[in-house]
Design a protein. Structure first.
Length: 356
């Protein structure tokens, strides 16, 4: 399971050729786009059910990882693939095919998660199951050197969000914190270098491990909080790549939650900076500004108006999140601050203008 870019670059052949040399029969499915579409997942299910396969190997970005998971599940579970996509409900009934995941970006951490994401109409949904976890993950930073700067930025910000959000979750614990803390340390240290100097293998290694740790952190009970709910609603609606949407939402998410969790947010500071600030609230606000600075250093605008989004339409999205989408993401149990229509409208107004 890969995409045409991996074929063009010859990266997938580094997996296929040695297998064929050993006498294995290998088929390649490469009709995977940058976003994990439901239509693609349905095509994957038809494809993998047409032949008796023994194992699935995914190589590429997050979408390839997600579709490899879908393929493994579809091969042994006969229902329409849409039946297994139900936010946080595990509907997978039979053990999937074994799967090996080989990421070429440091972002979603899908090689370490129990999720497979899919874009259904204008919103993201996901298959959630312990069965979605890879049997083997091969994380090779050298495969990430060809990742262009824009994709490095977006995927890296996604990885950072997947470390910070579970750390701020009301369901965080010592296990999720262990991975979240080390992940945010690695990403804060290496993301700028990986973006501006993509051939630096030390930076790529730090990002690869940080993204993997973030994937583990979000697969615990801690999950994610309002940032991913916002980014996975706004992104598909307005064709903003997933990682970029996560990066835009992240500093706003941290700031939004300061009234409910100032001490927890303040405790992030030593993990992402050597700056020393006195006082809980100033430390929490410093975290917001440091994350904002990081996003802007990667040439990402934090104002949604810069992405051609109508403010009136955006306010409708804010209402949808407050009334419905937050339930799908279990935010009443996970997000530190209560989410209401009023505070979502205020938050989205700031996001549209770029005020933080």
């Amino acid at each position: 399971m890969t995409d045409k870019n991996m074929l063009r670059l010859g990266i997938s052949d580094r997996v296929v050729s040695p297998l064929k040399e050993k006498g294995h029969e290998v088929e390649v499915f490469s009709e995977i786009s940058g976003e994990p579409l439901l239509s693609t997942a349905e095509s994957v299910a038809l494809y993998v059910r047409s032949t008796k396969f023994d194992i699935v190997i995914g190589i590429g970005g997050g979408s390839c990882m997600d579709m490899a998971k879908m393929a493994a599940v579809a091969a042994t579970n006969p229902k329409p693939i849409k039946e297994y996509i139900a936010f946080l409900e595990d509907r997978v009934e039979r053990r999937p095919l074994p799967k090996i995941l080989i990421p070429t970006t440091a972002g979603t951490g899908s090689e370490g998660t129990s999720y497979a994401v899919v874009v259904e109409e204008k919103f993201k949904n996901f298959m959630t199951s312990p069965s979605a976890v890879a049997d083997v993950s091969v994380i090779d930073p050298a495969l990430m050197v060809s990742c262009p700067p824009s994709q490095t930025a977006g995927s890296g910000l996604d990885a950072l969000a997947q470390c910070i959000e579970p750390y701020l979750s009301m369901a965080s614990d010592i296990f999720s914190d262990t991975f979240a803390i080390r992940g945010m340390q690695l990403i804060a240290t290496n993301l700028r270098q990986a973006y501006h100097h993509g051939t630096d293998l030390n930076a790529r290694s730090g990002m690869a491990l940080g993204a993997f740790y973030g994937g583990i952190a979000i697969s615990t009970a801690a999950g994610v909080i309002s940032g991913h709910c916002i980014s996975e609603t706004v992104g598909p609606n307005y064709k903003i790549p997933h990682g970029l949407a996560c990066g835009i939402a992240l500093p706003y998410t941290i700031k939004f939650n300061i009234p409910a969790a100032p001490e927890r947010i303040a405790s992030i500071l030593p993990y992402i900076s050597e700056e020393n600030v006195a006082g809980t609230l100033p430390r929490a606000e410093k975290v917001v500004q440091l994350v904002r600075r990081l996003v802007e250093d990667l040439d990402v605008s934090l104002a949604l108006k810069d992405y051609g989004i109508s403010k009136d339409e955006l306010m409708d999205v804010a209402r949808f999140i407050a009334k419905e989408q937050q339930i799908n993401y279990a935010l009443p149990a996970l997000n530190p601050r209560i989410i209401s229509e009023r505070n979502m409208l205020s938050l989205f107004d700031d996001m549209w203008q770029g005020i933080i």
